[in-house]
Design a protein around this ligand. Structure first.
Ligand SMILES: Cc1ncc(COP(=O)(O)O)c(C=O)c1O
Length: 377
């Protein structure tokens, strides 16, 4: 088994529990970027063909992570929001069409649909608070429903949804299925084919341990031609690189969503980060993450005055533990934890902790000890 702490030489005493926001890089990603910088300084882009090979490897890794049928089904994008916008502003809406989302979505997966109001699109926000959140989402479908857009894992509560069930419901009703995957991809296995989704997207800076500004967009092959394109350039052409050619058409592959030069710097970093997840394996990553989330959850439950806002069952949770403490304002608690070197964030109804598979048990123990102190004033 890999020596994880070698890959994450974080400041001693730092308890990094903020992977659901922006993750630290593994050492190998920093080394890849350093290598890229040195190559640029010394040789410029002389070895560009090698860079393209690395970019191809990145696409293969992302394709496996999503279990997409082929690398031609994914595009490299700027971030989750860009991919969501490709869908929202690519579909041919009719006035009166409905989009179903939950009432807990991160703004990226809410605003983009609300922005369609000018086209007569209605957004229905469904509460996930009941005993059967998937049932509630599916029950909201009407003959006017065109699309369900949902986060695989809700960013504040950390609640994970039953994606195969939602996918099946969408298929039965002829509704398009769009998954904001950023809070699951890299934390737990993901499978666009098992979920039967039309679209899935995520940026690399959370559970994939990459930099900000490079993400992935999966688009089902049969749906791809129905998305109207809004960005054009040399790279998205079927015959990209044939610069003398006068006739043109968008690439048949998802490269049609990549208008121009790639984010090669980001590709070096993300490829290295994903190589680590590949070595560990997503089953092992998710098993180790679940152990750490359970440890934190069990510890917090025992604290006097603690309220958990995250699910308790392992089927429902992913990498997020959200809680509050009686007598503590969430802001003040968050500030105290940060002062004690616990990197976390305030989200939703409480303070959000998010370890990753490599987080040491010592860090979990230390965090719980500091929380115990906080309950004493
Ligand atoms: C559910 C969810 N979607 C999207 C994002 C971020 O979107 P982007 O990749 O566009 O920055 C976040 C970040 O916190 C998130 O939690």
């Amino acid at each position: 088994m890999y020596e994880f702490h070698d890959e994450f030489p974080q400041e001693p005493g730092l308890c990094y529990l903020n992977h659901a926001a922006v993750a630290p890089w593994p050492k190998r990603s920093a080394e890849a970027v350093r290598r890229f910088c040195e190559m640029n300084v010394t040789y410029g882009a002389r070895d560009y063909p090698d860079w393209l090979k690395l970019e191809k490897t990145l696409r293969e890794r992302l394709t496996r992570l999503l279990n997409a049928p082929s690398t031609s089904d994914i595009a490299l994008v700027k971030n989750t929001s860009e991919a969501l916008s490709f869908v929202a502003f690519g579909l041919d809406w009719r006035a009166g069409d409905q989009v179903i989302i939950s009432d807990e979505e991160f703004p990226s997966n809410r605003i983009v649909w609300l922005a369609l109001a000018a086209q007569g699109v209605e957004v229905i926000e469904v509460s996930l608070k009941g005993a059967d959140p998937e049932g509630a989402l599916l029950a909201a479908f009407t003959p006017r429903t065109r699309l369900l857009a949902i986060s695989a894992v809700q960013f504040a509560s950390g609640m994970r949804l039953d994606l195969p069930r939602l996918g099946q419901g969408c298929r039965q009703h002829g509704v398009l299925f769009c998954i904001d995957a950023i809070q699951q991809l890299g934390a737990q296995p993901f499978d666009v084919q098992a979920y039967d989704c039309d679209f899935a997207m995520a940026d690399g800076h959370k559970w994939m341990l990459g930099p900000e500004g490079l993400g992935v967009f999966y688009c089902r092959r049969s749906v791809r031609p129905t998305l109207k394109l809004h960005e054009y350039g040399w790279h998205m052409l079927e015959h990209a690189g044939d610069y003398n050619r006068q006739d043109w058409q968008p690439a048949h592959s998802a490269r049609r969503f990549e208008c121009g030069s790639p984010n090669m710097l980001g590709a070096f970093a993300l490829e290295a980060s994903l190589s680590l997840l590949d070595e560990v394996g997503m089953d092992e990553v998710s098993k180790r993450l679940e152990e750490r989330v359970k440890h934190l959850t069990d510890g917090i439950r025992q604290l006097p005055g603690a309220t958990l806002h995250s699910p308790l069952s392992s089927e429902r949770r992913a990498g997020i533990v959200n809680f509050s403490l009686a007598g503590w304002d969430n802001n003040a608690l968050h500030q105290r934890l940060r002062d004690e070197q616990i990197v976390c964030i305030q989200r939703g109804r409480g303070v959000r902790l998010s370890p990753h598979f490599y987080t040491s048990e010592h860090i979990i123990e230390q965090t719980l000890a500091r929380l115990t102190q906080a309950t004493k004033g």
